[in-house]
Design a binder for this molecule. Structure first.
Ligand code: SF4
Length: 320
């Protein structure tokens, strides 16, 4: 069921997830479109999350936004202007050291393009002291090579060491690439197009921001509502391999699926392998924290001997 609407108030807003774009010039959603978007969400009881750009918004925009309960995802440099927003640290930009007043803990998104992968563990370490929750999102996964995947495994190991040290000191910021799998007992994926849609500056609705930036067909409009055919194909119930996978934290990123397998609901090998590296890193971190509460109360994550569940298909077929 659709419950959330993301609103790209400025098309030049930095990416906060796996998708990427190179728009740097302010592309404000027209005010009238913003007003209609808010009314659209209100009529359907959808929770609103605004995504503004790096520039301060005109007061009339803030007035419309602040008129309704909402969440916001903003560049870390705007932390002071949006006291409750999730802050995006763009590892490719200048936001790395920004974000939040001294002593204040905020939710962060660290978006890491491929060429900054080798800095991941250090960036995670730098965010840990000021984060109540840190979400790490890899960019450019569609261009990952075997060497990048290996590097990601190394970075996870290093980052897990920093996270373990912080947890042992009694501070417990969640870090999505470790904590989510530790805490989940069933699939909890992105669910773009099923649970949330994105309203773009052009007044159209998209499965997620990545579909807008890539010039994909809209999923609907403010006038016509959702027009996406075969929306059920986005659901977990219609993904037979994902349905029996236990990388519960995996985003099952429809955007990457669409790019890499041309199927909304079929993940690429890259996504499966990266999610399993995270799953295994979470397992090892949990083992390391064995006697430290609250980790001692969490369910152990079983060992598996594969990184891509698709590799299991021929074996299972061969079993009597
Ligand atoms: S489909 Fe979801 S996980 Fe993938 S880029 Fe879009 S919002 Fe992010």
């Amino acid at each position: 069921m659709l419950t959330h609407l993301l609103v790209l108030v400025d098309g030049s807003a930095p990416s906060f997830c796996h998708y990427g774009h190179d728009r740097r010039i302010t592309e404000l959603m027209p005010l009238a479109v913003l007003e209609r978007t808010v009314a659209f969400a209100h009529d359907r009881r959808l929770a609103l999350t605004y995504v503004p750009g790096r520039e301060e918004l005109p007061p009339e925009y803030r007035a419309v936004m602040d008129n309704t309960a909402h969440a916001a995802i903003v560049p870390a440099g705007l932390a002071g202007r949006y006291p409750d927003a999730i802050l995006v640290v763009d590892a490719d930009g200048n936001d790395g050291s920004a974000g939040g007043a001294a002593g204040e803990r905020r939710q962060f998104i660290l978006r890491l393009p491929r060429h900054r992968l080798a800095a991941m563990a250090d960036l995670v370490r730098d965010c840990l002291g000021r984060a109540s929750r840190l979400n790490v999102y890899l960019g450019d996964i569609e261009r990952y090579t075997a060497a990048d995947i290996e590097e990601y495994g190394r970075q996870l190991e290093l980052a897990a060491g920093y996270v373990a040290a912080v947890y042992r000191q009694g501070s417990l910021p969640e870090v999505n690439i470790f904590s989510d799998r530790m805490l989940l007992s069933a699939m909890n994926n992105c669910d773009a197009g099923v649970v949330h849609l994105t309203a773009a500056p052009d007044g159209k609705l998209y499965i997620c921001p990545g579909f807008y930036y890539d010039g994909e067909q809209p999923a609907g409009s403010l006038e016509d509502g959702i027009t996406l055919a075969n929306r059920q194909l986005l659901t977990l119930a219609n993904a037979p391999i994902c349905s029996c996978c236990d990388a519960f934290h995996c985003k099952r990123c429809v955007y990457l699926n669409n790019k890499l397998t041309l199927e909304w609901n079929t993940p690429s090998r890259e996504q499966c392998v990266l999610a399993h590296l995270e799953r295994n890193a979470a397992r090892l971190l949990l083992d390391r924290l064995g006697s430290v509460p609250p980790f001692s109360r969490l369910r152990a994550i079983p060992a598996v001997d594969y990184l891509d569940p698709f590799d299991q298909i021929p074996t299972r077929r061969l079993q009597p």
